[in-house]
Design a protein around this ligand. Structure first.
Ligand SMILES: NC(=O)c1ccc[n+]([C@@H]2O[C@H](COP(=O)([O-])OP(=O)(O)OC[C@H]3O[C@@H](n4cnc5c(N)ncnc54)[C@H](O)[C@@H]3O)[C@@H](O)[C@H]2O)c1
Length: 400
């Protein structure tokens, strides 16, 4: 296949968090680009954002509109609606690509996939699978960095596919490192996510130890972060959430099991992260009991899965609020959270609380708009999970 020129047509398959950013990247660089999603709602959402070009013709829920594309970038999900890992969307893509005439077309898998998936997928693509690459996505929603500014890694099932991919992404300004074999690219993405999960799980464990020793985790972490090498600052909270960090490490655990190996550190991080919410609920219960409150009014601050970003998918903070809601009267304060999937049985406020209006306030996620001083006045018990601090102010009345 000839190198893909600046006029090459790019199809982006799946227009979620990642696909919409990929589409914007190719559009910004002047490539004619088509965004496809099976969900009409997603397509309409992109139309509203003006992502379809002048006449929105670059957005579609008709697969056949991708037929003329020179490259397809697959930004398909690896989770079902319950948050369980599945690669069913790739099966759906395979079913549809067979309706196309075989053509010289580069297929780039941008989704996070298990090691070995890209090669197997290329085999299943048959005559459509001669040029298949994996360029794992590293976008960090909420950070003010556009996807094109983040360096990427590329692997492919052949040298020709790798050269085409590196050339294509380099020409639109993406710093791209080729790796070989393609399994290195797959494993590198899983390593990045597992590394983050293990660190988050450990920093939460460490914050619990600090609390029991009567010191504040954030003070210790800030002190350690003055070391200019070999330390990377991580922040405690109510657990890693979202659709990537807590889930895809399971691909590595499965790979280990297929290779007769245990990864106890990673397994503990996955399990520890999943159980952190119960531990925080139990600690709060204990504090409330000590203050003679049984059914308390609790304000949970932050419900999205990470600071400064509205998405609640896989949010540990939201799970925490819901579990706490089984025992106490819980209100969530989150000025930016997306309410599209908000549970109808959970109260949400957008405005900061009045003084002494709760028995306890728990900061689970701290968006930059949040005023900690105002929150401190809202109840006698103030737990900041992000600092790892617990403050009890007896001058603020408890509601009994
Ligand atoms: N969200 C992130 O921060 C992030 C970061 C790095 C990597 N990733 C990885 O990128 C991939 C995509 O993640 P996302 O967050 O964009 O997912 P998402 O759930 O936000 O979006 C997926 C989109 O694909 C669409 N879709 C589902 N089946 C389809 C099909 N058969 N054909 C076309 N469209 C289909 C859905 O309607 C949805 O709009 C995942 O593998 C994820 O692990 C995500």
């Amino acid at each position: 296949m000839k190198p893909l020129t600046a006029r090459a047509q790019i199809g982006v398959v799946g227009l979620g968090t990642i696909g919409s950013e990929e589409l914007a990247l190719w559009r910004r660089s002047g490539h004619p680009a088509v965004g496809f999603d099976t969900s009409r709602t997603r397509v309409q959402a992109q139309e509203l954002l003006g992502q379809g070009g002048d006449d929105a013709s670059g957005l579609t829920s008709r697969f056949s509109d991708l037929a003329s594309c020179d490259a397809l970038v697959l930004c398909l999900p690896n989770l079902d609606s319950q948050g369980e890992l599945t690669l069913k969307a790739f099966d759906q893509f395979l079913d549809k690509i067979w309706t196309f005439e075989p053509a010289e077309r580069l297929i780039v898998v941008a989704s996070t996939v298990p090691v070995g998936f890209t090669r197997e997928f290329a085999n299943r693509l048959g005559e459509h699978g001669r040029l298949v690459a994996h360029v794992p996505e590293r976008f960090d929603p909420g950070r003010s960095t556009s996807l094109g500014e983040i360096p990427r890694v590329a692997g492919a099932t052949s040298k020709e596919a790798l050269d085409l991919t590196v050339d294509l992404y380099s020409r639109v300004g993406v710093t791209i490192t080729p790796v070989d074999p393609v399994e290195v690219a797959e494993a590198s993405k899983l390593l990045e996510n597992a590394f983050r999960l293990v660190n988050i799980a450990f920093i939460n464990e460490f914050a619990e130890l600090c609390r029991r020793m009567g010191i504040t985790a954030a003070d210790v972490i800030d002190a350690a972060a003055t070391k200019p090498f070999a330390f990377m600052k991580h922040t405690p909270g109510v657990g890693a959430g979202g659709t990537c960090i807590p889930t895809v490490s399971k691909y590595l655990l499965e790979a280990a099991s297929h290779n007769d190996l245990e990864l106890p550190i990673l397994r503990d991080a996955v399990d520890g992260n999943a159980h952190l919410v119960e531990r925080v609920v139990a600690h709060l219960d204990q504090l409330l009991r000590a203050n003679s409150v049984s059914r308390a009014r609790v304000l949970v601050v932050g419900a999205s899965y990470k600071p400064n970003y509205p998405d609640t998918r896989g949010s540990a903070a939201l799970r925490f609020a819901r579990e706490l809601g089984a025992r106490h009267k819980v209100t969530v304060y989150d000025p930016i959270v997306d309410t599209t999937r908000w549970p109808s049985d959970l109260a949400l406020v957008r405005e900061p609380p009045r003084p002494a209006s709760y028995d306890a306030v728990v900061v689970a996620v701290r968006h930059r708009q949040v005023d900690l001083d105002a929150l401190r006045q809202a109840g006698p018990i103030f737990i900041d999970l992000v600092r790892g601090s617990v403050e009890v102010d007896e001058s603020i009345p408890t509601r009994k």
